[in-house]
Structures are given as structure tokens and as C-alpha cells.
Design a protein around this ligand. Sequence first.
Ligand SMILES: Nc1ncnc2c1ncn2[C@@H]1O[C@H](COP(=O)(O)OP(=O)(O)OP(=O)(O)O)[C@@H](O)[C@H]1O
Ligand SMILES: Cc1ncc(C[n+]2csc(CCOP(=O)(O)O)c2C)c(N)n1
Ligand SMILES: [Mg+2]
Length: 355
Amino acid sequence: MTVAEAGEAAVLEVLSGAAGDVGDDPVGNGDDAAVLGPADATVVTTDMLVEGTHFRLDLTNWRDLGRRAVAQNVSDVLAMGADCSRILVALAVPGHTEMDQIAHLAAGIHAEAARSGAVVVGGDLTSAGVVVVGVTAIGTLPRGAAPLRIDGARPGDRIGLTGLPGRSAAGLALLLAGHPGGDLAAAHRVPHTPIGSGTAARRAGASALTDVSDGLLRDLSGLTRASGVTADLDAAALPVDPGLRRAAVTLTDGDAGKGKVKGQKQSPGDDDDNAVPAAAVSTHDESDPIISARVMDWILDGGEDHGLLGTFPPGVEVPAEFTLIGTIREGAPGEVTVDGVARTPGGWDSARGAN
Ligand SMILES: Nc1ncnc2c1ncn2[C@@H]1O[C@H](COP(=O)(O)OP(=O)(O)OP(=O)(O)O)[C@@H](O)[C@H]1O
Ligand SMILES: Cc1ncc(C[n+]2csc(CCOP(=O)(O)O)c2C)c(N)n1
Ligand SMILES: [Mg+2]
């Protein structure tokens, strides 16, 4: 049955059916607006996923789309040093969308919300030519706690990052080249948000925090510009997923017209496949400079990993999930160097909708 056949009430029932317990809120989902319980400081953010710009339905599935829409918003709440508690979902879908697809989308939304400790308290539904999922995420800061702003980095601070940068960009590159993509594609379809790490950074005494959505260099440059400082990254300290090198070999061999098996693409929802052929069948060595450059581009300029990027003053004990990758010093605001050489951020420009 399609969305148009089922009608608004049936679609909304599927979307809000698994909304969960509203906790102590005076009004939950189903009224004109939700009324949230008293909070000392409310953290609120909103971000959209637009078909064609942020995702393609042939490269993801509805459940992962729902999870990703929630995850990328939860990430912004974590980046303020808070935990997410509530989610609103504004959804536009074409009338021919199947009710099964809505059910998978709703399951993904609620699964990721639950993983993040949040409940869905509302949303909106309309029709459109392409799918748009707009999520608003809300969190709270405990009484007296200062939010982790983007402009708090100071000379002498150490720079820390959670997770392995570049995995999402590598996964997308594999998918776009027709490879199933394995765990990298899965990481692209659903970024891993480090629940609890924003709060951990705040409690530890971080001076600034943001999440990496457009690219490590681009988002770090945004943080250093806001803070009026320069960042020096140490390339050898950057955490590297070994899968990136294998992906780079696969794609570089593919570029040369070798090593690519036609008709290899499998279901985008199939996460168990091992997409990246063993390096033994490749014509490029993993230590080849072309491979290293491709890997470095993903790490420095690949977006959508949603790792947390923070700065930690001297003496602060950095939470274990943050890898130290560089330092902050006095210098041109917004400048970022890699091994002492200034590097202009690539990454994603939201207004252009391109790298
Ligand atoms: N349409 C808008 N109206 C008002 N403020 C906006 C609008 N779009 C973005 N902003 C504000 O601009 C700032 C930067 O937004 P941006 O979307 O680049 O950040 P982000 O959501 O952290 O990153 P990303 O969207 O890449 O995940 C945020 O404070 C955001 O609230
Ligand atoms: C099909 C397809 N093509 C390209 C990309 C890459 N991409 C899209 S948005 C974005 C950064 C955040 O943008 P915004 O600031 O607009 O949220 C990136 C890296 C993708 N995910 N899917
Ligand atoms: Mg945004």
C-alpha cells in the first residue's frame, strides 16, 4: 500500500505509534506542540537529510535513513556537552512511497533515538517530489553546567577526536563506484555517534567541542576561526582505519580499469558482505603515495563521520575515547596546519552542495 492510498492518519499512526514514553513531560506527541518538563538549559538543533543531496535511496535503505537522520542531530547535541533527550521528525515523502518503507523509516528513527536515550515527541508530515527528513533534537544541560562552545579553544590546548575519520567518505566513494562497501558503507549509511562522550568531555574540562560533519579540516577551521586561534595537526597521530587503505586500493585499481568486477553490487542493506577485495589482487601497493594521498583526503576532508572534535587545556585528563591529534596555538584565526604546513580545508560546502 502506498502513502497516498493509506492517507495521512495511517501514515502518522505508523510514524508516531512507537514514539515511546514521554517521561515527565506535561504534553508528549499528538498535540500542536510538545511541552517539555522544566530544564535549566535546553540544547536544541535541527538538520535535514535531502534525497539527492545527502542520500540516494539506491545506496541506502529506509531503516538506515531514519537512523542517520537521528544520529546526525544527536551528534550536534553531544557536541554542546549535553545528552539528547527528545526528537522531532519533519518528513516529506512522495505519495507513491510504500507504507512498508515508512514502517522501516520509523523503526530506524526510534531505534537510533532509543540508542541515544531520546524519545520522539513530535514531527510533521507532508508530500514532496523527493524524500526530506528534517530532525530536531533537544537535550538538557545539568544545573550550572557550561555548554561546550565552538569558540573556547585557547593556545596550549590539545586537540582530541573520537572515532576513525574518513570512514563515511570512503564508504560513500565505494558505493558511488558500484561496490557494496562492507563496513565502510555501513558507517556511511549510519554514523556512529559517541553517546556520552560530549558529557564526558564537558566533565573533564574541555574548552571547546564540535562534531565533524563537513570534514575534519573544515570543522576544525570553523572551531579555530571562532576561537581566534590556529590548529597544528600531527599527521602521524591521526587514527587510521586500515580499511581505508584497502578501499583506496580498490578504487584506484578501478580507476585504472583493473580489478573491478562488473555486476558486483549487492543489496545496499546487506552489511555483512566484504566489499573490499584483498590487496593481493590489486595492482597498487597500500604504501603507494597515490593510495596514501587518497586515504589522507578522506581523513582530512571527508565529512559525515560525526566524530566529536574537542580541545583540552593543559592538565585536563582527556577522556579515553578521544585520540590526541594536535595542538592549539596563537596564530591566524581559522588556520590549520598538517605537519607544519598550512592546508586549505576541502570538505563539503553546504550552500554549493558539493566538495
Ligand atoms: N536557515 C537557518 N536559519 C538560521 N540559522 C541557521 C540556518 N541554517 C543554519 N543556521 C545556523 O548556522 C550555524 C551553522 O549551521 P550548520 O548547519 O553549518 O552547522 P551544523 O548543523 O553543525 O553542521 P552540518 O549541517 O554540516 O551537520 C548553526 O548555528 C545553525 O543553527
Ligand atoms: C548521494 C550523496 N552525495 C554526496 C554526499 C556527501 N555529502 C552530502 S552532505 C555532506 C556534508 C553535510 O552537509 P550539510 O551541511 O548540507 O548537512 C556530505 C559530505 C552524500 N552524503 N550523499
Ligand atoms: Mg546544519
